[in-house]
Each structure stands twice: as structure tokens, then as C-alpha cells.
Design a protein around this ligand. Sequence first.
Ligand code: HEM
Length: 186
Amino acid sequence: MTLPDRYTRPAIVFHWTIAALIALNVVMIWLIDTFPESWTRPTIDLHKSIGLTVLGLAAMRILWRVTHAPPPPPAGQKRWEITAAHLAHFALYVVIVGLPLSGYMHDSAFKLAPEHPLTWFGLFEVPRIGWIMDTAQPDKERLHGVFYGWHAAFAYALYVLFVLHVGGALKHQWLDRQRELQRMGV
Ligand code: HEM
């Protein structure tokens, strides 16, 4: 495959690193109830650290994306397929920011925040969002629930977009016989 048909190397690294970290975070939360009780708090702390990493990587990835044009769509793709792919990609960007950001907002409204600092893998403390921390009870408790609702809604949007995204890529790869996966370094 010639070079212009492929995403840049940093775009490929961002894509697979963010995908792997999101998958790890989702699977960890799905399994959390099967872990021993004593693992719950460390697992949630790990979930938060991975999520904050995704938020930082997503910001860098978006900066990279707006400054580096992606390769043109493979020859033979129909207009509606190109539009659908653009819409799905845009929605995925919204989700990879909105999902960790809403988790961060949810955590900033945590009533036990003072006794339980937010850290990045235990290495340093990450400040919580000031205006949320400073909200008085009972509004803060209400926000805690609202932001969790957003966090869960973004997670459901992620599951739907994931199916569309992977389904689209595999359709181009297997049915249309285009070298779709190779564009993303596979
Ligand atoms: C890669 C980014 C993230 C993903 C994919 C993710 C995914 C999820 C999912 C799927 C849930 C369960 C939602 C449900 O009830 O259906 C959840 C819960 C939660 N998330 Fe996240 N999240 C991310 C980032 C964050 C961040 C950055 C924070 C906080 C700093 C956070 C804090 C939480 C908390 C506290 C819960 C509740 C856990 C529990 O009490 O069992 N998340 N997350």
C-alpha cells in the first residue's frame, strides 16, 4: 500500500492505544462485581487513572487530526458510505472525550472526595473540577447522579458506535475487498 493510503504513524498509535485502554476500562467495570470485595476500590481507582489517560490522549489525538489530513477514502466507496463513516468518526470523537470527561465530572461530585484523593496511578494527585467540588449539598449529590447518568449514556453510545464502526470496516475489508484495515496499520 502506498503511503498516502495509510494514516500517519502517530494517528495509528493514538487509534490503537485509545481503543485498547477504553476496552480495558469497559471490561474492568463489567467484571468488577465478580472481583473480591477488597478489589473494588483499587479497581475503580485504576479505572479513573486509565480514563484520565484516555482523556489526555484524546485531546492530543484531536489536535493531531485537525493538523494532519486523513488519507482519502478507498476508491470505490459510495457517497453515502463516506458520509456515514465521517458521521460515525465524528461521533466517536465526541464519545472518547465525553465518556472520560463525564466520569471525571461524576467523580468531582463524590461526597467522599476529601478522604479519597483522585490520583494518576497513585503517582500524583489530580485536581478535581473546582465548581463541582464547591457545589453545596444536596445539589452536589444530585449532580453526582446526573453526571453518572451521562457517563453511562456515553458508554451505551460507545457500544452502538463500536458495532457500526467495526461492522463498516469489516464490510469494506471482506465484502468490498478493499484494504481497509491496512489503512489503520493492521
Ligand atoms: C476510557 C474512559 C472511560 C470508560 C470507557 C468508562 C466506562 C465506564 C462504564 C461502562 C461504567 C459503567 C456505567 C454503567 O453503569 O453502565 C463506568 C462507571 C464508572 N466510571 Fe468510568 N469510564 C471511563 C472514564 C472514567 C473516568 C475518567 C472516571 C473518573 C475520573 C470514571 C469514573 C467512573 C466511576 C466512579 C464509575 C462507577 C463505578 C462503580 O461504582 O462501580 N470513569 N465507567
